[in-house]
Design a protein around this ligand. Structure first.
Ligand code: FE2
Ligand code: FE2
Length: 327
């Protein structure tokens, strides 16, 4: 028997309504139905579905006023799309990704919003693709879509939690640049005495990178769970895994500098470089993914002003980094 979720919006306060609808919609499989009773004509909701789930739903009225509106929204199969993406995934994971294949993938991905792609990716993971493989896809996807993303502007006001996170990203990238310069200085020097300036610069960069933990904490404890509530689970999980790799490396670098004189200068530089090389590659990559995929996705799925106000309050509770720009 077809699964039908009955939702009576009349029992809910207005700002809870959309959240409840999408929460339930995201649990539906193809062919399943959301049956809604409302106390006014649901035109805005219909347009929202048109914008978000074009060609993925069927809308039918059972009763059209004057007092109550009852309507059914049926989820339409995405299997075809899913299969196509799955096939493309397999092709992209091979070593030899030709420009023709990239072009093919670009055309396919162009018609899919990041949010929709995330939902399909979640299903693919459920079907057995590992998260590690998905991370690979994420990178290829980014490379393919780089030019398109560049032109997107989220147009957020200062003080918006995502605006703050993005401003912090700029600062973090600046510390990564300082890290690069410091490494060059260490290379020129032959001993700790000559490397004094380089080490100071390195300490400054490492200290601020550790300080960025508050930034990750706001993402992990506030933003990601809120996205998960809206049905987006895989992208935040991938970002969490990247945090798990990045955070200990930042601490390791800082501790190494603090106890540098226990090592020979050559050993110290060698160890610093190992960790710094990792951070110099991984941090900008991580930030790029968040700025261009994860955050736009969050803006896309968290629509209600009230939810962003709640996010802001929770972010305030966790606190900010010493380098967070004032707004
Ligand atoms: Fe992050
Ligand atoms: Fe971030």
């Amino acid at each position: 028997m077809t699964k039908i979720i009955n939702l009576d919006l009349r029992e809910l306060i207005p700002f809870e309504r959309h959240e409840k609808i999408f929460e339930n919609w995201n649990t539906l499989k193809s062919g399943e139905i959301l049956r809604i009773t409302n106390d006014h004509e649901p035109k805005p909701l219909y347009y929202l579905f048109q914008a978000e789930y074009k060609d993925q739903f069927k809308w039918e009225y059972e009763k059209q006023g004057p007092k109550d509106w009852i309507f059914k929204i049926t989820k339409i199969s995405q299997d075809n799309k899913k299969e196509k993406i799955k096939e493309m995934l397999k092709k992209l994971q091979k070593e030899d990704v030709t420009s023709k294949l990239k072009e093919e993938a670009k055309i396919m991905l162009k018609n899919i919003s990041p949010t929709e792609l995330a939902l399909i990716e979640q299903e693919i993971i459920k079907d057995g693709t590992t998260r590690k493989e998905m991370r690979k896809l994420c990178d290829v996807h980014l490379e393919i879509m780089k030019d398109d993303f560049k032109n997107k502007d989220l147009e957020l006001k200062p003080g918006h939690p995502i605006h703050t996170l993005m401003e912090e990203h700029k600062e973090i990238l600046d510390f990564v640049d300082k890290l690069k310069i410091a490494i060059k200085k260490l290379d020129y020097a032959k001993n700790f005495k000559d490397a004094k300036m380089g080490i100071e610069m390195l300490r400054f960069a490492a200290k601020h990178l550790v300080e960025a933990d508050k930034h990750h904490q706001r993402e992990e404890e506030v933003l990601f769970p809120e996205m998960e509530k809206s049905g987006i689970t895989e992208p935040p999980e991938i970002m969490r895994e990247e945090h798990k790799d990045i955070k200990p490396k930042k601490k390791e670098l800082y501790n190494l500098i603090e106890s540098c004189e226990k090592l020979s200068y050559q050993d110290f530089v060698k160890k610093v470089k190992e960790i710094a090389d990792f951070l110099i590659k991984e941090l900008p990559d991580h930030i790029y993914k968040e700025d261009n995929i994860l955050y736009p996705m969050a803006i896309d799925v968290i629509k209600e002003k009230e939810r962003w106000e709640k996010i802001k309050k929770e972010c305030d509770k966790i606190g900010y980094c010493c380098f967070t720009p004032k707004c």
